[in-house]
Design a protein. Structure first.
Ligand code: NAI
Ligand code: SOE
Length: 393
């Protein structure tokens, strides 16, 4: 079994999640496709980097991500920084021949995402974008049912991602509210997860008709640092402008004729990580809610009329990824497990010399959908979504 040296850039929320995944992946999936070695972690300053190395179990640390990318000992570059750094780091890593996993959204815009996609396309490396929610076992089970034809032809997809961590006007102006850093607001940050699941489960988007809203136009300034996601208050100090959306609503026409809607907000009091979808097909329906992520609700039209209705399937060993996870259904899948599965599938692709989904083509396609949503909101009209050539029907 080969060792693969990981260079992780960014030691915030995702630095924690990815480090956990590298340490736990071989404990769940054994034999592991390859052994992750937590080699180097880069953070914004030397002190933060040294602290992150101690905390997350890395052998060495640096405040210069370029040293990670240039290090011949590094096999895998893992990008877990705020969005504005993704493109520069990924392009440099591709040129250095490293395998790359990059957090979502792939970049701030379609244009930036295209440059990243072009850089990895012919580099002979494995690339992945970290849309981990599609690796929740219940979501993968929904995909299996759809592929088996269990709900027939898909008619519609209704998806939401609702949170409330930014509903308080005094939660600070972190990087997630700055267009220059984040690219967009709820759209790129969380709607993209639902867009990814809609592409995975239903298919490619043909056109969108969208509304973007910014409910809180300014927030207390925060100078740099990790995003505390609403867990601190900004106080009475100076405020800065929010130049991204707080909320997105879009209608969707899929290329296969299905229709849908997607809504996302970070200002919906009482909602935490409320990622839901309801899919209706000609032969049945599937419902998922991430806040009850062990469960998939299914209704099959061919059940007898006297027993037709939603039933709950608890994911476990009989379901996708079940052989590596817990031995009894409903022991509890957590956020960490989705990242462990993601790390497993990424390392498997590297070990076997194959590609993995979602990759930079998928990340670029999602960015083109985001751009179309922005254009549609500006024009107040339906806008067609261009297609990345390798994803053509
Ligand atoms: P965060 O704000 O918690 O952490 C970002 C870290 O990057 C901070 O510790 C910061 O000091 C560090 N950083 C900034 N500049 C740096 C530099 N030049 N070199 C090295 N480190 C630097 O942000 P979080 O939540 O970890 O987000 C990071 C990325 O992960 C974003 O792209 C975000 O959209 C994505 N994300 C994905 C999630 C998912 O479910 N897949 C969940 C949360 C975030
Ligand atoms: C904040 O909205 C956030 O951390 C997103 O950035 C993640 O992508 C999401 O999974 C959890 O919430």
């Amino acid at each position: 079994m080969k060792n693969l040296n990981v260079g992780l850039i960014g030691g915030g929320f995702m630095g924690k999640a990815h480090s956990l995944a590298y340490s736990a992946m071989p404990m769940f999936f054994w034999p592991a496709p390859a052994m992750p070695v937590r080699k180097t972690i880069a953070e914004a300053t030397e002190d933060l980097a040294a602290e992150a190395a101690r905390r997350f179990g890395f052998e060495q640390s640096t405040s210069d991500w370029r040293k990670v990318v240039e290090d011949p000992e590094i096999d895998v570059v893992d990008i877990a920084t705020p969005n504005h750094l993704h493109a520069e780091i990924a392009i440099a890593a591709a040129q250095a021949g490293k395998h790359i996993i990059c957090e979502k959204p792939l970049a701030r815009t379609g244009e930036e995402s295209k440059a990243m996609y072009d850089a990895v396309k012919d580099a002979g490396i494995v690339h992945m974008v970290a849309f981990n929610y599609r690796r929740t076992p219940a979501v993968a089970l929904a995909k299996k049912y759809i592929e088996e034809g269990a709900i027939g032809r898909i008619l519609n997809f209704r998806g939401t991602y609702l949170q409330d961590w930014s509903a308080d006007p005094n939660s600070p102006l972190s990087w997630r509210f700055q267009k220059s850093v984040a690219g967009s607001g709820a759209l790129g940050d969380i709607a993209t997860h639902v867009i990814d699941m809609a592409r995975y489960l239903v298919g490619e988007f043909a056109s969108v008709n969208s509304i973007l809203s910014t409910w809180i136009p300014d927030r207390p300034l925060q100078s740099g640092g990790a995003d505390a996601l609403g867990n601190v208050r900004g106080g009475d100090g100076p405020r800065g402008d929010v130049d991204v959306d707080d909320e997105v609503m879009t209608m969707v026409r899929f290329a296969n004729g299905a229709v849908g809607s997607i809504e996302a907000t970070r200002n919906g009091w009482g909602r935490n990580n409320f990622i839901t979808f309801e899919i209706h097909g000609t032969e049945g329906s599937i419902v998922f809610n991430y806040e009850r992520r062990d469960e998939l609700q299914v209704c099959f039209a061919n059940d007898g009329g006297d027993r037709r209705g939603f039933r709950t399937v608890y994911t476990g060993p009989a379901h996708p990824y079940g052989d590596g996870l817990w031995p009894i259904p409903a022991l509890g899948i957590g956020y960490g497990e989705t990242k462990i599965i993601e790390a497993h599938d990424f390392f498997k692709a590297i070990a076997e010399g194959t590609s993995v989904s979602p990759n930079f083509a998928d990340g670029y396609q999602t960015a083109l959908i985001d751009d179309a949503i922005v254009a549609s909101a500006e024009k107040d009209a339906w806008v067609d979504v261009p297609r990345v050539a390798e994803l053509a029907d």
